[in-house]
Design a binder for this molecule. Structure first.
Ligand SMILES: Cc1cc2nc3c(=O)[nH]c(=O)nc-3n(C[C@H](O)[C@H](O)[C@H](O)COP(=O)(O)OP(=O)(O)OC[C@H]3O[C@@H](n4cnc5c(N)ncnc54)[C@H](O)[C@@H]3O)c2cc1C
Length: 408
């Protein structure tokens, strides 16, 4: 096992693997990813729906998703590894006049940010999504450059490209501690011994905050269960079928394995207290969310009657991490030089993975991510970050209102 590295990445999910790829692409040598499981990308990442949508409330996130779409489409040519991007667009569906008003504001903002988005007719919606009952729909707009990926394929592609550039990925190696001296990171403790490193990056998903606590850092993040299903195959889903977001019922839907995949932001979120769980608690230990996905189907069926009789082929669920304001937590860990933490994915970590990896890589190599990332800073909540009750309440509220109508 390596005794010393330049950059050590803790966690081989999509964020860790993108960071490894971007570091190596920028010429960084001595990059090592430590993953505790026997496989990479086996926790939150493969549970995702893989939606890559540019309609975001902040400009840095719009730019982040635009970068992902650019990178994903060029990745096969650049690296020889296919991320599997389906660039079939997003259809944003409104069920009420209020939502249509909100969509007018969203389109204006998107266009100002350089994102193509336009209202579409009912006839066009019927062509794009033949299974939708358009008589139930007030209207909608289309974002042609949006898309979706298979999140695990995407993570594997980052890993393969990173390996080609010299990155080492070591499996079955849980990181058990961080070693620092006088406010400088020295390396990590593992079950197999100490590994010294000039830089350490924690990309351990929902487990990241617990790791950074080991050096006294407080991270304002709450793991919240999130879920989706896909149905048995059914005929008649066109290749051009976009992602459909029915924001009035907090659901989304896209094609998957010749059936439909749909997901739901439930109004009564279920937080998971990882500190209270056994150390070997994994994503697979979360119960299949049958009841909550029955509610999602109930909400979607008036618009997609076909879902009523389609069997569920598979339930997927995981922990998404939310900060109280729903923005990522990314960057240097305050008080410890050369230690970085990325968490708070806000159910948007696949779409943001490319930018997250690039930001972290630039931070370590150049000392600056090249963009103003103050909105993602670990310090932004001040002393309130230690108030667990507040943290949980605000983060759950953000999750439950994910698709709320925004007036700002
Ligand atoms: C149902 C669902 C739907 C979603 N849909 C979307 C979507 O449509 N679009 C989107 O952009 N995002 C979506 N997401 C969010 C997305 O899945 C996450 O943002 C993303 O996977 C986070 O990746 P990660 O690398 O941070 O975490 P993870 O994938 O959890 O990876 C963390 C890794 O760290 C490892 N690890 C943890 N502790 C240690 C340790 N001590 N030592 C070594 N290794 C360790 C873990 O084993 C794991 O492999 C969805 C999530 C869910 C659950």
């Amino acid at each position: 096992m390596a005794q010393h590295t330049e950059v050590l990445i803790v966690g081989g999910g999509i964020w860790g693997l993108s960071t490894a790829y971007h570091l190596a692409k920028l010429g960084q040598n001595g990059v090592l990813v430590l993953e505790r499981n026997e496989a990479i990308a086996a926790e939150t990442t493969p549970q995702a729906a893989g939606l890559v949508g540019q309609i975001r409330s902040s400009t840095p996130m719009v730019q982040a998703v635009r970068y992902a779409l650019e990178l994903f489409s060029q990745f096969p040519k650049e690296t020889g590894h296919d991320i599997g991007l389906h660039q079939t667009g997003s259809l944003m569906v409104a069920l009420t006049p209020e939502r249509m008003e909100a969509y007018t504001r969203q389109i204006e903002k998107a266009n100002l940010n350089g994102v193509e988005a336009n209202f579409v007719s009912h006839a066009e919606m019927a062509r794009l999504v033949p299974a939708m009952d358009i008589t139930k729909v007030e209207g909608g707009y289309f974002v042609p450059k949006d898309g979706y990926v298979d999140p695990q394929q995407c993570a594997f592609a980052y890993a393969a490209a990173a390996r080609d550039l010299g990155v080492q990925i070591q499996l079955n190696t849980p990181v058990t501690g961080l070693r620092q001296h006088n406010g400088e990171i020295l390396g990590v403790e593992t079950e197999k011994g100490f590994i010294a490193s000039n830089h350490v990056v924690i990309t351990a998903g929902p487990w990241g905050a617990m790791l950074s606590e080991k050096v006294g850092a407080t991270t304002a993040v709450q793991p919240i269960r999130h879920q989706r299903v896909h149905t048995a195959p059914t005929p008649g889903i066109p290749d051009h079928h976009p992602v459909v977001r029915v924001t009035d019922v907090s659901c989304y839907l896209r094609p998957e394995k010749e059936g439909y995949l749909y997901g739901f932001f439930e109004p009564e979120p279920v937080s998971i207290d990882l500190e209270a769980m056994p150390v070997d608690f994994r994503t697979a230990d979360i119960e299949p969310p049958v009841e909550v996905m029955t509610e999602a189907r109930r909400r979607l069926t008036p618009i997609f009657p076909i879902l009523k009789d389609l069997e569920i082929a598979e339930y997927r669920r995981g922990m998404t991490t939310f900060a109280p304001d729903g923005a990522y937590l990314i960057g240097p860990v305050p008080g410890i030089d050369c230690l970085y933490l990325a968490t708070g994915c806000a159910a948007l970590g696949i779409a943001g993975s490319a930018a997250v990896g690039r930001w972290l890589a630039k931070w370590m190599i150049k000392g600056d991510p090249d963009e103003d990332l103050t909105m993602f800073s670990h310090q932004r909540f001040g002393p309130q970050a230690t108030n667990q009750e507040w943290l949980r309440r605000e983060s759950e509220q953000f999750y439950a209102n994910y698709y709320r109508i925004r007036t700002e």
